[in-house]
Design a protein. Structure first.
Length: 366
């Protein structure tokens, strides 16, 4: 007699290949449109499902997890972060939490360079002129931009994404600097020709560009606050593909309007594009200094299918059938008939790979 299929609820529209695979394996409830679930819909989902598949737009907090039914055994996040999930409460309820570290590393690094080029080469301004029909032809002084070659790039957070950004920036002839909780090992640092700064204040004051790539934690909230932003050179540019909360966006917007910064490239916003973020509204208007885009750094099909979900297993076996849930999202989770995939070789382990693992705070000079 065949075993009962697991009930899986997906909170947002996912790529067709993922939804098809989920439908083949499980009793799955897919999202008919691409709008986020309401709070009430999320409550219904956690009460009825064996597996919940949320995204970064869903706040899986203690109140929501507290209403989960006895069936819920796994929260399989579709994304590389998990700061929107209350992992401690999930643990206390015996619910596993999984996510996909590394799945958007290369894509995010691509977006960092795209934003750098967009701001320095004034792409958004040029596009706006063309779309309005105001372009009157070539002029020697029209929309003069800057170049990346020879500029000092300060990377805030030199993990997987930060290192991928550094490799790309090298190809443009940029000088690589970084601030990290720990200095990289020589075998990692030397090929990047990177300079480590123990003091974040000293680094930001000397850079031509800052790329924010650190994780979002309580210790990195407004890590780039008004005081620290004021240390940056008026000719410098800041790019954020991490989380909007890492930067004091109100201070950033004031500085952009006052001409105290040359520009900002934003892929993330503190309250989302529909929230109260002044930086988001500034970018939406097409103001010259703010180059804003939607969250466009999802991986391609090969990237999403080729990575493994990581679980907060707490050294215990997964519940029956959970391995198949992760497999549908591009995983090869250990189970009775599955072997653990070989771990990729890395120069050093990522210190925050496991969901809920305690992170050391970024160094600051506050």
């Amino acid at each position: 007699m065949p075993s009962k299929r697991l009930s899986v609820v997906v909170t947002r529209r996912l790529p067709e290949v993922v939804e098809t695979r989920l439908s083949e394996l499980f009793d799955v409830t897919l999202r008919s449109d691409d709008s986020p679930m309401t709070r009430g819909e999320l409550v219904d989902a956690v009460r009825s499902a064996d597996v919940l598949v949320p995204t970064v737009t869903d706040q899986i907090d203690a109140g929501l997890i507290g209403q989960a039914g006895e069936r819920l055994k796994l929260i399989a996040n579709y994304g590389a972060g998990f700061d929107h999930i209350d992992v401690s409460t999930a643990r206390s309820r015996g619910i596993l939490v999984s996510y996909t570290p590394g799945v958007v590393t290369e894509d995010t690094a691509d977006m960092v360079l795209a934003l750098m080029l967009g701001v320095t080469r004034r792409l958004q301004e040029g596009i706006t002129v063309m779309q309005k029909g105001d372009w009157s032809g070539y002029a020697p002084t029209a929309l003069l931009g800057g170049r990346l070659g020879g500029k000092r790039l300060g990377i805030l957070g030199m993990g997987r994404i930060g290192q991928a950004v550094a490799r790309r920036a090298q190809a443009f002839g940029m000088q690589i600097h970084y601030h990290n909780r720990r200095r990289l090992r020589p075998e990692v640092e030397e090929p990047l020709e990177a300079t480590w700064w123990e003091s974040l204040d000293q680094m930001v004051a000397r850079m031509d560009m800052i790329s924010v790539n650190c994780p979002s934690t309580p210790s990195t909230y407004h890590l780039l606050n008004a005081r620290r932003l004021k240390l940056m050179k008026p000719s410098s540019v800041i790019v954020n593909t991490s989380r909007g909360e890492v930067i004091d966006e109100n201070a950033l917007t004031r500085m952009l309007k006052a001409g105290e910064l040359a520009g900002a490239g934003l892929d993330v916003y503190a309250h989302g594009i529909r929230g109260q973020s002044r930086a988001a509204r500034h970018a939406q208007r097409g103001d010259a200094a703010a180059y804003g885009i939607g969250h466009l750094r999802g991986p391609d099909r090969d990237g999403r299918e080729g990575h493994h979900q990581r679980q907060d297993l707490r050294r215990r076996p997964p519940p029956a059938g959970s391995g198949r849930a992760l497999d549908a999202l591009g995983a090869a989770t250990p189970g009775p008939t599955a072997k653990r995939p070989p771990a990729p070789r890395r120069a050093r382990p990522a210190p925050w790979r496991r969901a809920g693992r305690r992170r050391q705070p970024m160094r600051s000079d506050a």
